[in-house]
Structure formats: structure tokens, C-alpha cells
Design a protein around this ligand. Structure first.
Ligand SMILES: NC(=O)c1ccc[n+]([C@@H]2O[C@H](COP(=O)([O-])OP(=O)(O)OC[C@H]3O[C@@H](n4cnc5c(N)ncnc54)[C@H](OP(=O)(O)O)[C@@H]3O)[C@@H](O)[C@H]2O)c1
Length: 230
């Protein structure tokens, strides 16, 4: 799929990862619509929508605001939202558990349900979610339980969309290990001994969007982190 002249809706636009992706796709000639909540992205030539997406109604508001800007649905939807928490299961409250699932999984579900009807008539379209490569080992990690659960959910949601909407909508999950915007330094746990650069994430996003044959995939961009994750 060519990126030039495609409409791209990116949510979680306040994140550095989203900015790097937006810049790369702008260079390819795409129209970019960025949703953000608190952190306003500083990028020229993008259209901005400020919306909190916590509730189902908020997601509906985003889509109606998007449709006031654009005459048709996005060709490409990229979800960069996904809060993280590090707290042991023994101390975790239901509200804290729910907040992580809401941020990573429910927003993804709600927005896909709203966007897919706008996308399904297109000859070609793409959906991209972010996963966490460590979650895919399917082992108990008491300090990051809700994050793991939500990222496994995102992966299954993505594969379900890919299966349901093939062949015109291709959906993939880009599973990171540790990115350079991460506050934790896990370099000693990564075989390639460094976090992934933002430009490398944007490069992988471009690769996945351009591919006409990759779908329903957990695509690992983790420097070898997952097999050694323990
Ligand atoms: N960074 C890593 O090392 C890493 C590793 C593995 C996976 N990932 C995944 O990659 C994706 C991007 O990560 P990141 O590090 O760029 O994340 P980030 O810096 O924490 O940004 C996430 C964005 O999500 C937005 N957000 C959260 N809840 C929201 C809500 N209810 N409504 C609207 N916006 C909301 C925040 O908006 P505001 O700031 O405007 O409030 C924030 O800009 C996430 O899915 C993350 O889980 C990241």
C-alpha cells in the first residue's frame, strides 16, 4: 500500500512514539490527524483533536470530530495509547487494575468498533496496535499483571480484526520491548544492549503499513528481549 495521500488517524498523539510516526508518514505524503489528551504534540502540518478517550462516549466524540475534519474514514489507524503500571498484585486495587485495562484494551476495542464500519468499504486499509513483547511469553509477572493481560488482549483483538476484515483491512500488533522514551533502563536484559530508537519504531510502522501481505501478526521489535525475558 502506498502511504502518499492516505488519511492516518493516530491516537495517543502526545507520546514521543506517535510524534516520530507522524513525522515519518508526513514525509511520505500522508494526511495526519492526531488525537491527544494532555500533551499537545508539536508538529507542523498535522490536524489535532484534543479528546480524552476514557469512556465509550468519548470515543464516539473523537470519531464525530474526525468526520468534521475529513469527509471519509481513515485509511490507516494507529493506536499509540497504553498506560503502564508497576505495582505488585498484593497491593493492586481494582481501580488501578481497571485503569490499565481501560487505557490499553477498552479504548482499542471501542475505537476499532467505531472505525471499522468507516474503513470496511475501502479497497485497502491498515490497523496498527502496540503490544509488549514481554507479555507474549504468557508467564506470571506479579508487578505488571494488568499491563500483560491488556497487551495479550490487544494482540487477540488485532488478530480477530485481521481475520474478520481480510482481505481489505490488514491489522498487526507491533510488539516493543523497551523503547528509548522508557524511564526504565533494561539495556542489560536486551541482547542488542539498547532500547529501540523512536526512528526505528517509525521505520517498522512504515514497513508494516506498506506490506500487502503481513496481517494478524505480532511483529517483534525488541532487540531480542522476549526470548530472554524472565
Ligand atoms: N515505551 C516503551 O518502552 C514501550 C514498550 C512496550 C510497549 N509500548 C507501547 O507503545 C505504545 C506507545 O508507548 P509510549 O511509551 O509512547 O506511551 P506514553 O508515552 O505513555 O504515551 C501514551 C499516550 O496515551 C495517552 N492516553 C493514555 N490514556 C488516555 C486516555 N484515556 N485518553 C486519551 N489519551 C490517553 C497519553 O496522553 P496524554 O499524555 O496526552 O495524557 C499518552 O500521550 C503504548 O501502547 C505502549 O504500551 C511502549
Amino acid at each position: 500500500m502506498q502511504i502518499k495521500d492516505k488519511k492516518v488517524l493516530i491516537i495517543g498523539g502526545g507520546s514521543k512514539i506517535a510524534s516520530a510516526i507522524a513525522k515519518r508518514l508526513l514525509e511520505q505524503g500522508a494526511t495526519i490527524i492526531l488525537q491527544y489528551r494532555n500533551h499537545k504534540p508539536i508538529i507542523n502540518k498535522v490536524k489535532l483533536l484534543q479528546v480524552d478517550l476514557q469512556e465509550e462516549k468519548d470515543c464516539e466524540n473523537l470519531i464525530s470530530s474526525y468526520l468534521k475534519l475529513e469527509s471519509s474514514g481513515p485509511d490507516i489507524f494507529i493506536n499509540c495509547i497504553g498506560d503502564f503500571s508497576y505495582k505488585h498484585f498484593k497491593d493492586l486495587t481494582f481501580q488501578e487494575f481497571k485503569q490499565i485495562i481501560d487505557s490499553n484494551l477498552y479504548i482499542a476495542f471501542n475505537l476499532c468498533k467505531l472505525i471499522l464500519p468507516l474503513m470496511k468499504e475501502k479497497k485497502e486499509a491498515r490497523i496498527l496496535h502496540f503490544g509488549y513483547s514481554g507479555a507474549n511469553i504468557l508467564e506470571a509477572k506479579p508487578s505488571i499483571l494488568p499491563y500483560h493481560i491488556s497487551k495479550i488482549g490487544v494482540s487477540l483483538l488485532t488478530k480477530t480484526i485481521a481475520q474478520t476484515y481480510a482481505p481489505n483491512i490488514l491489522a498487526n500488533c507491533l510488539c516493543l520491548g523497551i523503547a528509548e522514551n522508557n524511564d526504565f533502563d533494561f539495556s542489560n536484559k536486551i541482547p542488542l544492549a539498547r532500547p529501540v530508537k523512536l526512528e526505528e519504531i517509525a521505520e517498522a510502522v512504515e514497513f508494516l503499513i506498506k506490506s500487502d501481505y503481513i496481517t494478524a501478526t505480532d511483529f517483534y521489535l525488541d532487540g531480542g528481549f522476549r526470548p530472554t525475558y524472565s
